[in-house]
Design a protein around this ligand. Structure first.
Ligand SMILES: [Zn+2]
Length: 302
């Protein structure tokens, strides 16, 4: 019930937001007659995308409602009933990507230039060894079980429009690990770090960066400690790792700024921090650049 009520409220908010631009577009027309005129039929909107156009970045696209989106010919979701779609770019994204929107047998395409980034190498020592090179059969079994839980949560397709709100930072603190760094954990070369680490004292509140629905809330994961996933719509999911306390449960609809829980140091961590992550359709994205990117996209695209 809570979930359905939340979706309904969000849909209303989104409708109100979508109608606002039509009025502002009408204002600059100088020759507008002084007497009231009937509302003109809305001109078809050209396909456009804007946002953090860089490796690990996220963008919004405006297309025809229900249009199917393709990146380099590969299916990448569908615009919602207001024409909004989210797209994301991997850490290894090529310098240009062809984005296509197909609707009713018609296709509109554009090419996005994706900026390359430099990634550092980061050494982290002093981690519990079973969180770096696990060998204990019980630990391996636990990791398998927890991977299945996460994989299931990643399939969420909640009909939300939280991605339109312009994200806020979930925690006030000091950046302690940037996204995309190559990592050497306890001396062992590891996969890139797909999180943005913000160090803050244990117990510091973690707030939802935008509205969404909680699709995973686990108190005690091997790697992540307390772990929460939020689906913001269009397959855009944010993750909160190493939490010491959870204030939400699966199915809760959260609004921007709502408390999700508190910063901790559980799982694969050497001290209290939030490891903030973002994922879209199986791609790892950088949440720290999404904050500016999504807000800019929202003001540019109407
Ligand atoms: Zn991290």
């Amino acid at each position: 019930m809570r979930f359905l009520a939340g979706v309904f409220t969000l849909a209303l908010m989104a409708c109100a937001a979508a109608e606002a631009p039509a009025q502002s577009e009408a204002t600059p027309i100088a020759e507008a007659a002084p007497q009231p005129t009937p509302a003109a039929p809305e001109a078809p909107r050209a396909f456009a995308c804007e946002g953090a156009l860089t490796q690990g970045g996220v963008a919004l696209c405006r297309a025809r409602p229900g249009a199917e989106i393709f990146i380099e010919g590969e299916a990448a979701g569908q615009a919602d009933e207001h024409g909004w779609a989210v797209i994301g770019f991997t850490r290894e994204s090529p310098a240009s990507l062809r984005i296509e929107a197909r609707h009713d047998g018609e296709a509109e395409a554009l090419t996005l230039a994706i900026a390359a980034r430099q990634f550092d190498t980061q050494r982290v020592d002093g981690l519990p060894q079973q969180t770096v090179t696990p060998t204990d059969p019980a630990v391996l079994e636990r990791i398998r079980r927890e991977s299945a839980l996460k994989a299931e949560a990643f399939t969420s397709q909640a009909p939300m429009e939280g991605f339109l709100e312009g994200f806020i930072m979930p925690v006030d603190g000091v950046v302690s690990g940037r996204w995309g760094n190559q990592r050497i954990l306890n001396g062992t070369p590891s996969t890139p770090h797909f999180g943005y680490d913000i160090a803050a004292p244990e117990g510091t509140p973690i707030r939802a960066p935008a509205s969404g629905v909680v699709v995973l809330a686990q108190n005690d994961m091997h790697y992540e400690g307390g772990l929460v996933f939020i689906d913001h719509g269009q397959g855009l999911i944010t993750m909160y790792l190493h939490m010491s306390r959870l204030d939400v449960r699966v199915g809760d609809v959260v609004s921007q700024g709502q408390m999700l829980g508190a910063v901790g140091a559980r799982g694969r961590a050497t001290g209290p921090h939030l490891c903030w992550r973002m994922r879209w359709r199986g791609r790892q994205l950088d949440p720290s650049i999404a904050v500016d990117g999504l807000a800019r996209a929202r003001t540019t695209l109407n």
